[in-house]
Write a protein that binds this ligand. Structure first.
Ligand code: FAD
Ligand code: SF4
Length: 511
């Protein structure tokens, strides 16, 4: 063996050029380590998903003739961090001439591996992960250094550069964005197809995590683990999506419902973020289906989906690499409150939060609007410290890896970046939640009440937030209407909203 090639848990890209030919002198190394299980408290389904997928990937490489060394978490020789394990391997391989590393997507690991590389006496070669559609530096490359870019400009550039949904340099159908057609509540009688869930027996993995005292959150059905753990299943999930869900994807993208946890969402973020699926194949599979079934899938649905993959996902990554490491410290509103206890249990009488949180604990999944407009919205209105909010999102979701979690949470949802990512804070009173869901019908609180007993907490917290941050919000043109409305309220109205919000903040763990 002359080369040790490291494969991180989110680098399970079977199409990578590393695997095109078998090289007997190259050893691929994968490791289950406490460095990764313990940097935040993860959902049990997330840890199991990563380890199960890594094991299957290692197995597939071995079967294809590659040489693989796999550290299980409980192996005696496992030193539980990347550097020590690689160093230990090097000491027993006198012929070793170098390490190969694929660029990590997280700043944390990037820095760590660069420090490791700097200490080596043998060369360390860096490789692209061959996954994303653009480079880390794409924003500066396209728009100039540090210029503020809105997602829509980035997305149009992506459409032009990929040629997806383009005709002669123009957007197909004449419009770039069909979002306006895409904001519907789930009507009565509309039943989304049942989500495709796999059924793995992962009880040995779960027992190993318990024996190793790995602290986790959430629950798991260890005889019926539902997430895809290999490429075949990831492709099945993608196929299920394009066939049964894509026809209504955009239409009900923002809808929430007590009976359906997955609605028309693809649930491919775990497969994508571990690189079992590539963004290009996801887009091309969806486009091919749409081209053949235009009677089923209209342009608004396919455009809405393509925008998520080539627009939002790539934009989020570009912001992350443009702004790190300072981004992880930003706190525009200087928020410092704690997260309510019910974020860890779902035990609240607020039906929207109870549903979104309970579902997250049960499935390690909530869809975008639940994350943004229920849990995120509430944390922001409550003034929770964004670092604490980040920790919660980074732990609880199956797809949470810092490069994608951080800009979504700190930027889009908490506006702690002061507007680098989003043009206004995503806040709402109860009426938005009522408009997009059936949550309010089974809630102990009344959505149309702002003050008094049983008043929906989102209402007074919303106005209190505008009051508290009035100076910062009034200069934002997209908040002008709201700040004006607040100004026009009578002093007694303002005071009762303030008092109601204060009461809720002080008694948050009893709501
Ligand atoms: P669908 O709704 O079916 O969308 C399809 C795909 O589009 C997703 O799989 C995803 O790859 C991509 N996508 C859509 N929106 C975004 C976005 N804003 N950022 C990046 N990709 C996007 N996504 C993560 O992958 N990891 C996270 O840790 C994460 N944390 C989030 C935290 C907050 C507070 C918010 C508001 C959003 C977060 N998102 C995160 C984005 C989004 O909510 C998830 O990608 C999506 O819910 C995953 O489910 P899905 O595959 O069913 O997505
Ligand atoms: Fe949520 Fe308020 Fe509706 Fe209850 S009434 S579900 S707290 S928005």
């Amino acid at each position: 063996i002359s080369e040790v090639a490291l494969i991180l848990g989110d680098q399970l890209n079977a199409s990578h050029s590393w695997f095109k030919t078998v090289n007997a002198k190259r050893l691929f190394v994968l490791m289950e380590i406490k460095q990764e299980t313990n940097y935040v408290t993860h959902h049990i389904q997330k840890v199991v998903g990563f380890f199960a997928a890594m094991r299957q990937f290692a197995q597939a490489l071995s079967s294809a003739g590659h040489q693989v060394f796999y550290f299980t978490l409980d192996a005696d020789h496992n030193q539980q961090n990347i550097a020590s394990n690689l160093t230990a391997l090097a000491t027993v391989m006198p012929q070793l001439e170098g390490f190969s590393i694929q660029q990590p997507d997280e700043y944390r690991l990037d820095k760590y591996l660069q420090d490791f590389a700097a200490e080596q006496s043998i060369p360390v070669d860096w490789f692209d992960t061959e996954h994303f559609l653009c480079q880390r530096s794409v924003l500066d490359d396209w728009f100039g250094p540090k210029k503020q870019v809105v997602m829509e400009s980035f997305y149009r550039r992506m459409r032009k550069s990929t040629g997806y949904l383009m005709n002669d340099g123009k957007p197909l159908g004449g419009k770039w964005n069909y979002d306006k057609a895409n904001r519907n509540k789930l009507p009565k009688g509309q039943t989304p197809p049942a989500p495709l869930c796999f059924s793995h027996d992962v009880s040995k993995l779960v027992a190993m995590l318990e024996l190793q005292n790995i602290k986790t959150i959430g629950t798991i059905d260890s005889k019926n683990y539902l997430w895809p753990i290999n490429r075949k299943e990831s492709r099945q999930l993608l196929d299920h999506f394009v066939r049964y869900l894509l026809p209504n994807f955009g239409r009900f993208q923002d809808a929430m419902h007590t009976d359906y946890w997955a609605l028309y969402h693809a649930r491919i973020s775990f497969a994508l973020n571990t690189k079992m699926l590539s963004p290009r194949e996801v887009v091309e599979r969806a486009l091919t289906y749409w081209q053949k079934h235009q009677e089923d899938v209209d342009l608004a649905q396919i455009e809405g989906f393509i925008r998520q993959i080539i627009g939002w996902r790539e934009f989020i990554r570009a912001i992350y690499w443009q702004q790190m490491p300072a981004y992880a410290e930003l706190n525009f509103f200087n928020h410092s409150n704690a997260l309510p206890d019910f974020f860890w249990t779902g035990a609240t009488r607020m039906a929207c939060l109870s549903h979104a949180i309970q579902q997250s604990l049960d499935f390690a999944y909530a869809h975008h609007i639940q994350r943004l407009m229920v849990t995120g919205n509430f944390a922001l209105l409550l003034g929770v410290n964004p670092t604490v909010v980040d920790g919660w999102y980074l732990g609880i979701y199956i797809d949470a890896i810092e490069w994608v979690e951080l800009p979504n949470t700190r930027g889009m949802s908490q506006f702690a970046d002061g507007g680098i990512l989003a043009t206004k804070p995503y806040i709402s009173s109860g009426s938005y939640i009522n408009k997009m869901s059936n949550y309010c019908t089974s809630c102990a609180y009344q959505v149309d009440k702002k003050v008094g007993e049983h008043a929906c907490p989102f209402n007074s917290l919303y106005w209190n937030f505008i009051d508290q941050h009035f100076d910062k919000l009034k200069t934002n043109p997209r908040m002008a209407l709201m700040t004006k409305q607040w100004e026009q309220r009578s002093e007694s109205d303002k005071n009762s909203l303030r008092a109601q919000a204060q009461f809720y903040i002080e008694n948050i763990n009893t709501l």
